[in-house]
Every structure is written in C-alpha cells, then in structure tokens.
Design a protein. Structure first.
Length: 556
C-alpha cells in the first residue's frame, strides 16, 4: 500500500543541531512533595507516551487484524483493549489531562475543553482549558496558551523534581494536548497553530523546529493526490448523504495546494507531528543522558478525520493505515538510536460515527440533536414563562455542563433551576439531568469503570469551582451537532462507552506480550510508568498496572 513515504522521511531530514533545554516561562507549577526515586537496573532510558486523538477502542477492535507496522508492534506488548477515560466529559482537554498526571478531571481541574466563568474580567465568559484568560484583549477564540488551569503535576514534572537531569518534551497537533501531557515545567513544548509548530511567546525556536516548519510548509504548498485505498478498506468506501449535495465516506484525501484545513484532517498531519517528535529525540539525544527522559506525542489527525468524515468510512480506514506506517517509521528512528525506550499509546477519548450512517447500519436510535436543547434556546423559553428577560442559561448543546446566571436572586435561581430540570427531563432526547449539588455529594467512584452510573462518571470530572450547575446528558447516539451540511458531521463528548473506552498499549523491547481484557483507566498509565523507573507518585487516582514478565512494571 502506498503511504505518505515522503512525509515520513521528514524525520530523517530534521536531524542536525542539538537543542538547548529550556523551562516554560511564567509557569504556574503546583508544588511537588520531595520523594526518593530508586531506579531499578533495568529502568528504561526514555519514555514515549503517544496519544491518538479520538482513537476509540472500537476503532482498534475493528482494524487491529489489518495493522502490519507500528500498531502491530504495540499489539505484541501489554494490551489493555478496555482502557477507560472513565469520566463523563469525554473531550480532548480532560482526556489528555488524565494520561500523564494519574488523576481524573475532578482533580486535574480540566473539566471540559471550555467552561463558563461568569466572574471572568472580560466580556467573553467562556474560558478555554489551555489559556490565560487574564491576558488583556483575549477571548476564548483568540487566546494566550497557558498551563495555569492544570492543577496537578505531570509524570514528567515529577521525574524532573526527583532528578533535574530529566528532559521533558511534548509535541502535539493541538495546544491543549501538548500542554496537558507536558505540564508546567518542560524543556521543549510545541504544537501546531494552524500554520506552523509554535510554543510559548519568547521561547527560542530550535533548529529542528525551524526545519520541521519549512518541510511542512513545503508539503502543504504541494497538492496532495488521492491516497490509495487499502484492500481491507474498500468495503467502507461508500457515499453517505448527510444533507444537501454533501456526502462523506468516499474521501481519499485529495488536497489542493495550500489547503491547511485539508492538511490538518489528513494522514499527512500526523506524519508531520511524529516527524518533529523524531527530530527532537535525535537532536536532543533523548534517552542518552544520565536520567530517564520523557517525550509525549499528541497525534491529532484521527480526531479531525473523525469529526469531518465520521469513524466508519474509507477516510478513517485510510487514516489508520497511514498512522500505522507513521508509527512504524517513528519506532524505526527510535530503534536506530540504540536507546532502551518504553512506549505507551492510548487516546484522550473515543468517538461516535455520524448518525446517517449508523441508521443505515441498523441503529434507528441514532439522530441529530434538537436545537431546542441548546442552553440559550432553553433559557429564552424559560425566561418567557417566568417573566425574566436576561440570559438565564449558558453552555453548549449538552452532553454536559449548563450554567445558571449568577445575576438571579435566590428565589429566581430556585425557580429557574426547577424549570430547567423539568424541561430537560421532558425532552425525548435527554437521558439524565443531574445537579452540581447531587454530584458533589456523591463519593469518588470505585470499581470497574465500565459499570459506573451517570452520577459516578459525572463525579470523576466534577470540579465545584468550574463545573456547571447542571449536567445534562443526551440519550445514546444522539449527536450534539444539529446540522451536518456545514462543518463537522460527527463528534464525541458523551458518557457512553463508545466515547469512554480507549485502548492502552504498552511496548518495550524484551517484554513478554499479553492481553488483559478487564476494564482499566487512563489514570493508571502514569503510576505504571512511574513504577518502571522507581518513582513514587503519591496522591494520584490511578493504580499501577501489571505489565507481566520480562521488562514489565514492578507494581508493589
């Protein structure tokens, strides 16, 4: 099969100049209690943590038999096919905040991609998870990237606190992925801003990033011909009408020269992200110093492909085939360094296919959301009944948080909450409505994450300082995109297992491979990796996973 060989070759072209380590300016890092790290003799020299955005366990289940390269290698290691982003808020920012902190969003403070802060000192009261909203003139669409909202340290920060010689590197296609996996104190942190790989203002750009940007710009400037459809993808190469003259399902990633949006929702995007990661590994000689280093890689294209085309057409199949090759090329680069490296691959959340295709596949419950459920629309209807003219409800079309206006009197607030709950519960597309008070009174969940109730999932991502006054959950396979004829056609964000269940794959040379089908959590990743290097991680939500014989994690 033809893959993006020219793009994958970027990695080799990026290596030239060593990079000088830096610390993120203006970091608001939480305090880390001193611990004694006792690395075992066989501790890995480099940890490689990969997040494939929107890579659901369903996608792995459906395609794993066809992988021949990077995924195939990982599937020979310790396989946990039922990892869970166990919380209800299955979005990019909360999910990434769990992977290398070992904490659920209730403790990371990252309860959603965006939340409402009615006390924010700016007109725009929506706060982006990875911004500093105090910057004058900013808004949630034009923001300054910051780590300030992440309340806990990452594994890399803990490693650096125990041994300052550790290098911490984070590269991703999204700023929120890079920040939430890298943390507050990093040596290099780079993300794609729509035009180039960038970092915090004032950070020196190493030569490897400059070369990556030059190579990627040249790639975007060239037209991309249609990619080959692998034989195992042809059965999914079917057009699905989704409104007007628009169809999805048969896209092969043809792209006009200069089309940055098309580039982002294509296999070429992941290839460029991974190529930069490979270049940083080589230039910084990660894993070749006196301490274990860590690099996190956020491969973001699968999410953009899923949103733009859905998860079960030719587009996603081609994307995963190319990502398999991209990961294989990355691991080949790592192999050539001679470094003993430990890989973990997971996802920030899963995803649901577009309802038009699901209906054709025998899921009559699949549908698009009624716009009447949007908080602004619901608030106007409630205001008319109660004689209130100010905006009453804030938030996006749920699955999730709804905020009540703080301008109301106590009696008005009580009446609005009661009416809001009654109206949402009366809507045929709504499964559950919970109040913040109910959720806060619920204990943090325990036991198998696949069996948690609505309130347990909600509790795992509830922060009383940021979460909504109400949480509204739609019924299964109700897509919170009312009209697919414009931009995105499919999404995620629900409390259901198709959005919560993700694979967790560990691989290291010399491991004894095995598969453990029972449910585990993504918060288990950080303590598992920590055990490999003898680093205590007190106070986290996750637990160490047994990686079996050979070079498995020595859980104690």
């Amino acid at each position: 099969m033809k893959t993006l060989a020219s793009t994958l070759a970027l990695a080799a072209a990026l290596v030239t100049t060593p990079v000088s380590a830096q610390t993120a300016p203006g970091s608001t890092a939480p305090a880390i209690a001193p611990v004694k790290m006792t690395p075992p003799k066989n501790a890995p020299k480099l940890i490689v943590a990969i997040s494939v955005d929107q890579f659901s366990a369903d996608l792995l289940d459906k395609n794993r038999a066809y992988f021949t390269d990077g995924f195939a290698r990982l599937l020979k290691g310790a396989v946990f096919p039922s990892g869970f982003q166990s919380h209800a808020a299955t979005e990019t920012c909360p999910g990434h905040s769990t992977i290398l902190t070992g904490n659920r969003p209730a403790n990371t403070g990252i309860i959603a991609n965006n939340w409402i802060d009615q006390a924010a000192a700016r007109t725009d009261k929506q706060v982006y998870c990875a911004e500093d909203e105090s910057v004058p003139g900013s808004n949630s669409g034009k923001y300054t990237v910051s780590d300030k909202h992440l309340k806990v340290p990452t594994l890399g920060e803990r490693m650096k606190a125990a041994d300052p010689r550790t290098r911490v590197v984070s590269v991703a296609g999204k700023d929120r992925a890079a920040v939430m996996m890298g943390g507050h104190k990093v040596d290099e942190l780079w993300w794609w801003d729509g035009k180039a790989f960038v970092s915090y203002a004032g950070r020196a750009e190493p030569g490897v990033v400059t070369r990556a940007n030059t190579a990627t710009a040249a790639l975007i400037a060239r037209a991309q011909p249609a990619l080959e459809v692998p034989a195992w993808c042809t059965v999914r190469d079917k057009a699905i009408p989704i409104g007007g003259d628009k169809t999805v399902g048969t896209g092969h990633f043809e792209r006009a020269a200069g089309d940055t949006r098309g580039f982002r929702a294509s296999p070429a995007f992941d290839a460029s992200i991974v190529a930069l990661a490979a270049g940083l590994v080589q230039d910084m000689k990660l894993g070749q110093g006196p301490a274990t280093d860590i690099i996190s890689v956020g491969a973001s294209a699968t999410d953009y492909v899923g949103h733009t085309y859905g998860t079960d057409g030719a587009e996603m199949c081609i994307q995963l085939a190319n990502l398999d090759a991209t990961l294989g090329a990355f691991f080949d680069v790592l192999d050539r360094t001679g470094v003993d490296y430990q890989v973990v691959l997971t996802a920030d959340h899963g995803g649901n296919d577009l309802p038009e295709r699901e209906v054709l596949q025998g899921m009559p419950e699949a549908q698009r959301v009624d716009v009447a459920l949007a908080p602004a629309n619901m608030g106007r209807a409630i205001g008319q009944k109660l004689g209130l003219t100010m905006p009453l409800l804030f938030g996006d079309i749920p699955n999730g948080d709804v905020w009540i206006s703080t301008a109301l009197t106590a009696d008005q607030r009580k009446a609005v909450i009661a009416e809001t709950i009654a109206r949402y519960k009366a809507m045929s597309q709504v499964a559950e409505v919970l109040t913040g008070t109910q959720i806060a009174a619920s204990p943090m969940p325990k036991g198998p994450p696949e069996n948690w109730s609505f309130i347990q999932k909600a509790r795992a991502s509830y922060d009383p300082t940021r979460s909504g006054d109400l949480l509204v959950f739609l019924k299964p396979r109700v897509t919170p995109i009312p009209n697919a004829s414009g931009g995105y056609v499919a999404t995620h964000g629900s409390p259901y297992n198709y959005d919560r269940r993700v694979p967790i794959l560990f691989w290291r040379k010399g491991m004894t491979g095995f598969e453990q089908p029972a449910g585990v959590e993504t918060v288990d990743i950080a303590p598992t990796l920590a055990a490999l290097i003898g680093l205590p991680v007190p106070g986290v939500d996750g637990k160490c996973l047994d990686l079996g014989a050979g070079k498995g994690a020595p859980c104690r």
